[in-house]
Design a binder for this molecule. Structure first.
Ligand code: NAD
Length: 505
């Protein structure tokens, strides 16, 4: 029988959320709350507690107690896996409602969120499968009287901070390996989108997790996120967000030497050679920059096109961009929803102005749509700039919106130099029918993920993360477990004899 714990929001409803600390649903100690705005209507649809340092302290202490004293710390990997599989089942049973909550909160298409939420249980199944395989090694000791082995132990309390663009997906990238490893967690969702994480948190008790294993505090970056990073009880910070905030997180974590993994921004090159299948390429480029209204860290925002394919591809792309259907993210035929919040819309618009002033050629878009049905939402047209060079700000800075910069190139060497000439290194796409060239270029690119004749695909079993200023550490795949565990070496003396105490043995 299906367990429905989550309800999709009804039109006009305003929900008042509490946060989860030590197994209890609580308000902020100050009693303060903040609003979450639906970006399609521009109206508040939920409120959440505005946590500060004291609330964070309470949550970290609950996570610490669950780790040090509760039943969780004594569970075997097999037992943890059982709870994780139950969580995955509950997630699958409530995926549709959760997708609607997330779309209402951040304006992403329900058709994208539905797919995303539908796939999320796989992360928990995959890492549940790994939970009883987190093992150490027996070291062949160089000293005959010693037996030496290692244990791979959970790192402890994890502070997980996520942004607004895909809250549950990005949280799951952290939570699934953290739970498999035996850590406890305090989550802070973004202030723009607290709701889906709070709804998801309802599933933990039902799945049978002991109180305090997963805690959620909601609030702003400076008042809630920062105290979480700085808290001495946090052993590791798993952060996804902008590069600028990531740098501050790393500095704050350094004060108490908390481990960090950082998934940060990108300015990913999508590269088209003149032998590419232009129809497939066109589709891939659109998915890279206009899907999710361009609000993804892996957006293929710099389009490098060989000069022989340039004019034809730009023509096809702008034809496609002009017909993209903007609208209500909850409707099935909508292809592009609004930008998630007002400040983000202002940022995207200011970059379009920057592109114009830098002399880039505006091929299509650039405006807010004028139609009546879209006037309340934070909409912006799919926008393409041609004639961009790699030194312009629209080619160097992350816009995080549906704005494509097209840069022509002449040769493979010229392309590799320009594609790598960026402070970021999250992802890249290569479109060509030449298999040798495809691999050659994939190896030369300094990016954590490279797609060949594809764009924007991820999986629970494939490591994901950034080179350079796009981040530190890897999420997904067995690689991710390394970030949530630490290694202990155990030396066992076998002979029972005493030795010279003044010699290093
Ligand atoms: P942001 O850095 O402003 O905020 C992200 C989160 O950090 C929010 O929860 C925020 O409240 C919190 N925060 C803000 N200041 C903080 C501080 N001083 N200490 C601790 N926490 C703090 O990011 P954003 O602009 O909301 O999100 C978009 C960014 O996220 C883009 O740069 C995008 O590329 C990046 N992103 C990266 C990935 C990835 O996997 N690499 C995925 C999605 C988004």
């Amino acid at each position: 029988m299906e367990t429905r714990l989550i309800e999709a929001p009804a039109s006009g409803e305003v929900r008042d959320y509490k946060m989860l600390v030590g197994g209890d649903w609580v308000d902020a100690l100050s009693g303060k709350t903040f609003e979450s705005i639906n970006p399609y209507t521009g109206r508040a649809w939920a409120t959440a507690p505005e946590a500060d340092e004291k609330d964070v302290d309470r949550a970290v202490n609950a996570a610490r107690a669950a780790f040090d004293e509760g039943p969780w710390g004594k569970m075997t990997g097999t037992e943890r896996a059982r709870l994780m599989r139950r969580l995955a089942d509950l997630l699958a049973e409530n995926a549709e409602e959760l997708a609607t909550v997330e779309s209402t909160d951040n304006g992403k298409l329900l058709r994208e969120m539905g797919g995303q939420l539908g796939a999320l249980p796989e992360w928990y199944y995959y890492f549940a499968g790994a939970a009883d395989k987190i093992q150490g090694e027996t070291i062949p000791s160089d000293k005959p009287n010693f037996f030496v082995y290692t244990r791979r132990e959970p790192i402890g309390v994890v502070g997980a901070i996520v942004p607004w663009n895909s809250p549950l997906l990005l949280l799951t990238f952290k939570l699934a390996p953290a739970l498999a490893a035996g850590c406890t967690i305090v989550v802070k969702p973004a202030e723009q989108t607290p709701a889906s994480v709070l709804e998801f948190a309802k599933l933990f008790e039902e799945a049978g997790f002991p109180p305090g294993v997963v805690n959620v505090v909601t609030g702003y970056g400076e008042e809630t996120g920062r105290p979480l990073v700085r808290h001495p009880g946090v052993d590791k910070v798993a952060f996804t967000g902008s590069t600028e905030t990531g740098i501050s997180v790393m500095k704050d974590a350094a004060d108490h030497l908390a481990r960090v993994s950082l998934e940060l921004g990108g300015k990913s090159p999508n590269i088209v050679f003149d032998d590419a299948d232009l129809e497939a390429t066109n589709n891939g480029v659109v998915s890279g920059i206009f899907a999710a209204t361009g609000q993804t860290c892996i957006a293929g925002s710099r389009l490098f096109v060989h000069e022989r394919a340039h004019d034809e591809l730009v023509e096809r792309l702008s034809e496609k961009a002009r017909t993209i259907k903007l609208g209500n993210p909850l409707e099935a035929e909508t292809e592009m929803g609004p930008v998630a919040f007002k400040e983000q819309l202002d940022k995207v618009q200011s970059y379009i102005e920057v592109g114009r002033q830098e002399g880039a050629e505006l091929v299509c878009g650039g405006k807010r749509p004028g139609t009546e049905d879209l006037k309340n939402g934070y909409f912006i047209e799919p926008t393409i700039f041609a004639g961009v060079n790699n030194d312009m700000r629209v080619a160097r800075e992350e816009i995080f919106g549906p704005v494509l910069s097209v840069i022509p190139f002449e040769s493979e060497e010229d392309l590799i130099r320009q594609a790598n000439d960026t402070s970021y290194g999250l992802a890249a796409g290569i479109w060509t029918r030449d298999i040798q060239k495809a691999h050659r270029v994939a190896h030369a690119l300094r990016a954590g993920t490279v797609w060949i004749n594809a764009y924007r695909t991820l999986s629970f079993n494939t490591p994901f993360g950034g080179y350079k200023m796009s981040g530190i550490g890897r999420e997904n795949g067995l690689e991710a477990l390394k970030d949530y565990t630490q290694v202990k070496s155990v030396w066992v003396e076998l002979s029972g004899q005493t030795r010279d105490p003044f010699q290093l043995g």
